[in-house]
Design a protein. Structure first.
Length: 264
């Protein structure tokens, strides 16, 4: 598994508005655990990250596609253009090598390189999306029906799934609704090590350290909390780790101890 950083930038809302229920103590713990997520003037600094999973059979699975080129849908707020093509090239992965693209959800910072112009950027890949997300696109961002879904449908590359779906040996999608109706994570289990690619199941260390913390942009905070707690508990129970889109470090324990409590 390889982490690719498509870009980094500050969020468009103050972080206390993004997490209105977070306490001073919660922020202290989160800042000690992930100090790189806070700028000197107190803004929330995010990484915009994708993950490539290269399987033993030669398949390459890409989870999310970042913020995208300069004219991508995320351009209104994210630091486009992103660097995913260069990051992939440095890892020896061409766009044509990708056999599957998993879209965790259709927020614009996760679908940027999926379709460039009117053409799917990964020509040989099936694009895996939860049917619940497909059905909710008009409510989430109606422009993406034409900008994202129509080109994938026209090319025959859109692959809709419901719930858990096998992607390959030891690799599957897991429906984790709440952030959006069809949000999904990707679970990799090779029989020993377990990694969950979390998309926006959690978006900041304040939610990792206290999974009950709601995020203002979750469409169903109670459902998001249930999905978050369940997945983190299940990964922690087997000693697994999580791969996150927006935290400073790409990989983290599913149930970490804050640095301030670990003596770090």
């Amino acid at each position: 598994m390889t982490a690719f950083e498509d870009g980094a930038g500050t969020f468009f809302r103050p972080r206390d508005q993004a997490f209105p229920e977070a306490t001073e103590e919660a922020w202290r713990r989160a800042d000690a655990y992930d100090p790189g997520a806070r700028t000197a003037d107190g803004q929330w600094l995010l990484r915009f990250r994708c993950f490539a999973i290269q399987l033993d059979n030669g398949d390459t699975v890409l989870v999310d596609t970042g913020i995208g080129p300069v004219d991508a849908p995320a351009a209104a707020w994210a630091p486009v253009p992103g660097h995913l093509p260069d990051e992939m090239a440095a890892a020896g992965i061409a766009a044509g090598d990708v056999s599957t693209v998993v879209i965790s959800h259709v927020h614009t910072d996760h679908i940027g390189w999926a379709v460039v112009g009117e053409t799917p950027y990964f020509p040989n890949a099936r694009y895996v999306l939860q049917r619940a997300e497909y059905d909710a696109v008009e409510a989430i961002n109606p422009a993406l029906r034409d900008r994202l879904l129509a080109p994938l449908e026209h090319s025959g590359q859109l692959h809709l799934v419901t719930g858990t779906s096998a992607l390959g040996r030891g690799l599957s999608t897991v429906h984790t609704p709440g952030h959006t109706p069809g949000h999904q994570c990707v679970l990799l289990d090779d029989g020993g090590d377990v990694v969950a690619v979390t998309g926006d199941l959690l978006v900041h260390a304040v939610q990792l350290l206290d999974p009950s913390t709601p995020y203002a942009l979750e469409v169903d905070p109670a459902q998001a909390r249930e999905s978050r707690v369940h997945l983190l508990d299940s990964i922690a129970a087997v000693g697994g780790i999580i791969a996150t889109a927006h935290l400073t470090e790409p990989f983290s324990p599913a149930r970490p101890m804050p640095a301030s409590e670990a003596g770090g």
